[in-house]
Design a protein around this ligand. Structure first.
Ligand code: GTP
Length: 315
């Protein structure tokens, strides 16, 4: 007598507790695939009345069509194995919107191990999903930013390093010539001193935009190497093609006729370039090649600026 009244008290308390949580409790009879229970909170969350949840069909049909097949298959598979499981999916509301749900399922098993019933809780995880999505978008943005030069918007030194490494390996494998052009603005310190640093920034942006347009093939890669120095990686490009591209760079800058009153070589802005071409062998070092091309660029400076110096390398 006393035991049954305690049981009665407990089941009422449990029910009150279950129906006052944010998580929505439910139970499905495995043989009939009917809901034997679902918490009344379901109506508040999805808008469908409690009594409208009759069978697993109602559950499956109120799921986003893109989630349905995978989720239903996954839950049936786990239940048959007698394994408790969790599934995230988008549940459709009565007004046709979607709410992210995490269903946490416990399998009640018969003595032979087969499922007798499934019980579980549905949790509204929309907020968590939104935060996850925002984090993902922020991560993507950060990834782009970490490879982008903040001022000019072109690839930065870090991206240049990984690109050169990748193209170097590819050239080594394919035994195709790889060309590199290092480009530096002439008398840029004087430009800054005369026109001001902000105007200097504008010119760096303009030069980056112009030189970026000199790369016509998808594989060509342009980056700001640092300060007022830029670099062009040209895969599968021999010496004569690389020379033509360097000349195109010079012409693009020349056509813009950017005034540079303090330049020692001209009244307009000019650039100096070094070009190297290599078919790398196992004895070659990427950094040695890079330093060699950079040295050629400085040689162009020493020889009077506004010119191109090309290495006499093997191709
Ligand atoms: N405005 C601006 N200037 C920069 C930036 N990065 C580097 N510089 C400037 O570029 C100038 C480079 O000067 P130098 O290395 O002496 O070279 P230069 O004056 O171009 O002389 P040469 O290269 O020998 O022709 C310095 O004054 C730097 O301050 C930048 O992001 N913005």
């Amino acid at each position: 007598m006393q035991a049954s009244s305690v049981d009665e008290f407990d089941s009422t308390t449990y029910k009150t507790l279950l129906e006052s949580t944010k998580a929505i409790p439910w139970k499905i009879d495995w043989a009939s695939k009917q809901f034997s229970y679902i918490g009344p909170q379901i109506e508040r969350l999805l808008g469908w009345p409690q009594a409208s949840w009759k069978s697993v069909e109602d559950w499956a049909m109120r799921m986003h069509p893109d989630d349905r097949e995978n989720i239903v298959n996954f839950c049936v598979e786990r239940s048959l194995l007698g394994e408790d499981h969790e599934a995230d999916y988008r549940a459709m509301t009565a007004t046709g919107d979607y709410v992210w749900i995490r269903d946490v399922v416990h399998v009640i098993r018969l003595p032979d191990g087969s499922p007798e019933a499934l019980v579980g809780f549905m949790f509204d995880i929309s907020e968590r999903k939104r935060t996850e999505q925002q984090l993902l978008e922020m991560q993507k943005k950060l990834e782009v930013l970490s490879y982008q030069d903040g001022l000019t918007g072109v690839a930065n030194r870090r991206m240049f390093d990984s690109m050169l490494e990748a193209e170097w390996m590819e050239a080594k494998r394919s035994q195709q010539p790889l060309s590199l052009i290092m480009i530096d603005i002439d008398y840029f310190k004087q430009y800054n001193d005369y026109y001001g640093h902000l105007q200097g920034d504008e010119i760096l942006k303009c030069v980056a935009r112009l030189l970026n347009n000199a790369c016509l093939r998808a594989k060509d890669f342009f980056a700001r190497f640092g300060g007022e120095e830029f670099a062009l990686i040209l895969p599968e490009t021999n010496e004569s093609s690389a020379k033509k591209i360097a000349e195109r760079c010079r012409n693009l800058i020349f056509k813009e006729q950017i005034p540079h009153a303090q330049s020692g070589v001209s009244q307009i802005l000019t650039i100096s370039m070094g070009i190297g071409t290599i078919v790398p062998t196992m004895h070659d070092e990427r950094n040695t090649f890079l330093e060699m091309v950079d040295t050629l660029m400085y040689q162009a400076k020493n020889e009077g600026r506004n010119r191109i110096v090309q290495a006499q390398t093997r191709t």
